[in-house]
Design a protein around this ligand. Structure first.
Ligand code: F6R
Length: 369
């Protein structure tokens, strides 16, 4: 059952290191080479694809947004990501060289299923990324890359999300591997890093008490905003979605670069703003920009909650609260940065007296359009 936890969600958050490791199992070898034989998609299809289109809903859509950064970076194949509910109604351009990737934990989400059917009718190849063996979406797809999160009971997705990310990284890296892009060395290095990510998630989970305490202190706030850049942007959206569905609070995620195009008007004294900070190593331009964003909002009264890598000292002067995450390659950061946001939302929901595993108005699997 709940294995000693008060809620399934807490249990599932705690299971993430194992879920991540299980999803990598048998797919990665020590020398950094990937094999996805069980997916049964012909490498020729992957080699000849001219475009990748990702379709998904909700949390799975956020995993897809992150996948886009990884796929385009490591493969140079153009990648679009679209809400499944919008996809087929806009007459999307698809052909046999389009690889459609449908991400779904349950494998039963009607919007995503309809997008899969539409894509196949147009002749595209469909690869499902799914957590539920034998469910409808994988059955109706050409191939399936299973995530091995185990059953997810809580309505709010946590461990399935992390494993969707792992599966998407594997797919991106595998596409890079079979297509032999310029990033061969980087791909092998990242594959090796992926193997250690489970223990980094474990490390994050061990440091969550201050996050819980902070969440409790915000229980009577009306609004929480989330900012991120690059892969931190979908993480910000996911953090906001978790808070909406669990804490029933007004929560919004923004790309930090959009602040001055409107959202900064929302900043007033005491508004909590969670900022997901990219690594100061790697894409350092992004880091500098987000540090000035934090500075800007704090000058306008925001209470800044900064999620930053260990050793990132540049954020310290502008952070009211700092949540430290381990160092990871830039593209993999969502695997560690989204964990504190799950804990944050879960604790806020509890503090507000909400039913964590069964939020109002929501169902675990949405089988109507
Ligand atoms: C949010 C959440 C939902 C699902 C969405 C897609 O925590 O769980 O947003 O991610 O309904 O569900 P699946 O992945 O089953 O297609």
């Amino acid at each position: 059952e709940k294995g000693g936890y008060d809620y399934f969600m807490l249990k599932e958050i705690a299971e993430q290191p194992k879920a991540v490791a299980d999803t990598l199992l048998g797919r990665v070898d020590a020398s950094g080479v990937l094999s996805l034989d069980e997916v049964r998609i012909d490498d020729t299809v992957l080699r000849e694809a001219t475009k990748v289109v990702i379709v998904a809903c909700g949390t799975a859509f956020h995993a897809g947004m992150i996948a886009k950064y990884a796929i385009e970076h490591w493969t140079r194949i153009p990648c679009e990501v679209e809400l499944a509910s919008e996809f087929r109604y806009r007459d999307p351009i698809l052909d046999p060289r389009t690889l459609v990737v449908a991400i779904s934990q349950s494998g039963e989400t009607m919007d995503t299923l309809m997008a899969v059917r539409h894509a196949r009718e147009q002749g595209a190849k469909v690869l499902a990324v799914c957590n539920t063996n034998g469910s409808t979406i994988p059955r109706e797809s050409d191939a399936v890359l299973y995530t091995h999160a185990g059953p997810e009971v809580a309505v709010a997705s946590t461990k399935a999300f992390l494993t969707q990310l792992v599966a998407c990284y594997l797919l991106a890296l595998y596409l890079g591997q079979v297509r032999g892009t310029q990033w061969g060395d980087e791909i092998r290095a990242v594959v090796r890093e992926l193997a250690g990510v489970g223990s980094q998630v474990e490390q994050v989970l061990g440091t969550m008490e201050p996050v819980r305490e902070l969440a409790r202190s915000l229980a009577d706030k009306d609004t929480v905003l989330f900012l991120g850049r690059h892969v931190g942007y979908p993480v910000a959206l996911e953090g906001a979605l978790k808070l909406k569905e669990l804490a029933y609070m007004h929560a919004e995620g923004f790309a930090a670069g959009e602040l001055k195009h409107g959202p900064i008007a929302l900043i007033e004294e005491g508004v909590p703003v969670v900022v997901v900070v990219p690594s100061p190593r790697g894409r350092s331009v992004l880091h500098g920009k987000i540090v000035s964003n934090i500075q800007e909002i704090r000058a306008r009264g925001a209470r800044t909650i900064v999620i930053a890598e260990e050793g990132d000292e540049a954020v310290v002067p502008y952070a009211d609260h700092i949540v430290r995450i381990p160092r990871t390659p830039t593209l993999l950061q969502p695997l560690v940065s989204s964990v504190p946001l799950q804990v944050f939302a879960c604790e806020l929901a509890t503090a507000r007296g909400n039913e964590v595993d069964q939020p109002r108005n929501l169902a675990k699997s949405v089988t109507v359009e």
